[in-house]
Design a protein around this ligand. Structure first.
Ligand SMILES: CSCCC(=O)C(=O)COP(=O)(O)O
Ligand SMILES: [Mg+2]
Length: 227
């Protein structure tokens, strides 16, 4: 069956790992403490702080303790949904202030624009929150890429290394799994997508092979109609 939709990861796929690790995470680590102190009473922030207390088994943790936990989670790249939601809120301030611009590889920009024009539906699946995904593409160094995308998925659809998450996403997209091409730099994510019936293509930006999957080093080498 022909590919109709393309679902892409962000970190290491459309965008440099170094942008996430050397720009976004340090920005969040620097600004998250004051953001939480100033906004702990806001309903959307309070909801995430409660989720942190629940997830770490410390229901009585005060705001300073929650901040300490969140900074430790940033340090270990924990894909915890409340951390990801709060990071998205902090990054929004950075993008709005012009301190952040989303990195998207030029070959990804070119291919995403071409695929959109050719009629493929484009979707994103990242551990970053949907808000963070919209920001990286909406405020990218190549301009506003958000009109290219038909939808966004984060870990509220499930963890990226579990086949069930891709089954849920397939339901939401509304085409056969075999008509969705998933792009990622992580072999466990590609394996999970394939187990759910999706077509896969690995991105190895520094070269190399993602075992068992067609692997390329640039979006320029992906031809969805030939997969
Ligand atoms: C949405 S940009 C921030 C990326 C992020 O927070 C992250 O954890 C990267 O996850 P990915 O699933 O894109 O590898
Ligand atoms: Mg990735």
């Amino acid at each position: 069956m022909p590919i109709k939709a393309i679902l892409t990861d962000i970190e290491g796929t459309t965008s440099a790992v170094s942008f996430v690790f050397d720009v976004l995470f340090p920005y969040a680590a620097k600004h998250l403490p004051d953001f939480i102190r100033e906004n702990a009473g806001r309903a959307d922030v309070a909801e995430q702080l409660a989720a942190v207390r629940h997830d770490c088994g410390e229901p009585q943790a005060d705001v300073e303790r929650v901040i300490e936990i969140l900074l430790a989670w940033i340090g270990e790249d924990r894909k915890a949904p409340p951390l990801k939601a709060l990071q998205g809120m902090v990054w929004e301030q950075g993008y709005q202030a012009g301190q952040l611009k989303g990195h998207v590889y030029p070959d990804a920009v070119e291919a995403l624009k071409r695929w959109h024009q050719e009629g493929y539906q484009l979707f994103v699946y990242s551990s970053g929150s949907i808000q963070a995904q919209k920001l990286i593409f909406g405020c990218s160094d190549a301009g506003d890429l958000s009109p290219l995308f038909s939808g966004y998925f984060d870990t509220t659809s499930g963890p990226k290394r579990e086949a069930q998450s891709y089954e849920r996403i397939t339901q939401a997209i509304g085409v056969e799994a075999s008509q969705i091409l998933f792009l990622s730099d992580v072999v466990q994510e590609l394996d999970a997508a394939r187990a759910a019936g999706m077509a896969t293509c690995g991105l190895a930006r520094e070269g190399g092979e993602l075992a068992g999957h067609v692997t390329v080093d640039s979006f320029a080498r992906i031809n969805p109609s030939a997969l």
